[in-house]
Design a protein around this ligand. Structure first.
Ligand SMILES: Nc1nc2c(ncn2[C@@H]2O[C@H](COP(=O)(O)OP(=O)(O)OP(=O)(O)O)[C@@H](O)[C@H]2O)c(=O)[nH]1
Ligand SMILES: [Mg+2]
Length: 340
């Protein structure tokens, strides 16, 4: 029979090979870790503002420069992430703190490099609003890109707003038409489009919110941020006159506090917006004016152009999806074909 341990005193743990120091999962120092939110990630260096959420953070507070503790070395940490920090949390120049944990994310805007690449790139965490920035011209709007980013936002539960820049160079009519039947606000903010500051239409949409600005390179994201946040000092770059492409001026995302409350996150221009992580049903649901039609589709309908009995064509033909219905259906089918 095995030995019975009758009392605690009698029990002698065998000395462990690793030494006799008791190992606990949670080190005591983490219990008084400081709550903070990541505002930027620059390779191994992360800047963190103290506060449980951006809404609670003091925009004037000194940012902590942090590195990852070993427990979160391989975790994705992006702007907007709510974290716990230990070490020197004074924020004094030259000091370093350590991020020991990352809180669960409320929302997650993510993309893959293309539709078949399963590698996810998380863009930002916990944003409640996506301002999808497109220029009226220079560079010309990329409809596929805009639709995809919109799908990703709706899939993530993030409210989309479309901001059209460079309306001083060309009218926003085409962009408005493209989005005329979806539940996204379209605001114009080109240079001198009216006597007002060009951000006046955008501000009410983002005041007090956690907003991410997303768009292709050269559409004017950083220029907008510099006007929204005086002193932000985000670098801006001219669009190449020959190719009409932006120069990828911003290389990392950065969250900045709006003077009127709320935060905006500038992001580097991206070329493509893969949706490998999004399931087809979520894509259909994101096309709000088309989605009701699918109730009449046969079971397991792919909703592609050759799908027998797909109810989408009749729905659009009957005008239920508005003037842009035909183009939107084509856009939806393009996305679904890419996903499949
Ligand atoms: N005419 C005109 N030019 C604009 C407007 N907004 C921005 N620009 C110009 O467009 C160019 C690109 O602006 P950026 O703010 O650097 O663009 P970005 O979207 O941050 O680009 P990346 O950082 O490369 O992703 C700059 O030369 C801006 O001056 C606008 O409303 N009208
Ligand atoms: Mg930029």
């Amino acid at each position: 029979m095995g030995r019975v341990i009758s009392s605690a005193e009698e029990y002698r743990p065998r000395p462990s090979k690793r030494g006799s120091r008791p190992r606990t999962k949670r080190r005591p120092e983490h219990e008084d870790a400081l709550a903070g939110v990541v505002v930027s990630v620059d390779r191994g260096r992360l800047r963190v503002v103290p506060g449980r959420t951006l809404a609670e953070a003091d925009p004037e507070a000194a940012l902590l420069t942090c590195v990852r503790a070993s427990g979160v070395r391989r975790r994705s940490i992006v702007p907007g992430d709510r974290v716990r920090v230990v070490g020197d949390t004074s924020g004094t120049e030259g000091t370093l703190a350590r991020i020991v944990s990352v809180e669960e994310r409320a929302t997650l805007l993510r993309r893959s490099a293309d539709d078949t690449d399963p590698t996810e790139r998380v863009v930002v965490a916990n944003a409640d609003t996506l301002v999808l920035v497109t220029a009226a011209i220079d560079p010309a709007p990329s409809w596929g890109f805009l639709d995809r980013a919109l799908v990703a936002a709706l899939d993530a539960g993030i409210r989309p707003v479309i901001a059209v820049t460079k309306t001083d160079l060309a009218p926003a009519a085409e962009v408005r038409a493209h989005f005329s039947d979806i539940a996204a606000v379209v605001v114009e903010c080109g240079y001198g489009s009216s006597g007002l500051p060009r951000t006046s239409a955008l501000l009410p949409e983002i005041a007090g919110r956690e907003t991410v600005l997303l768009g292709q390179s050269g559409v004017g994201k950083s220029t907008l941020i510099n006007e929204l946040v005086p002193g932000a000092g985000r670098a801006t770059g001219a669009v190449n006159e020959v190719t009409g492409a932006g120069r990828h001026t911003s290389s990392s995302a950065w969250a900045l506090p709006l003077p009127s409350g709320g935060w905006v996150i500038d992001t580097p221009g991206i070329r493509s917006f893969g949706l490998a992580h999004v399931v087809p049903d979520a894509v259909v649901a994101a096309f709000e004016e088309l989605a009701p039609a699918t109730a009449d589709c046969p079971r397991g309908c792919t909703h592609l152009a050759d799908a027998p009995g797909c109810a989408l064509d009749a729905w659009v033909a009957a005008g239920h999806a508005g003037a842009a219905g035909q183009r939107r259906l084509a856009s939806l089918r393009r996305l679904l074909a890419n996903l499949g």
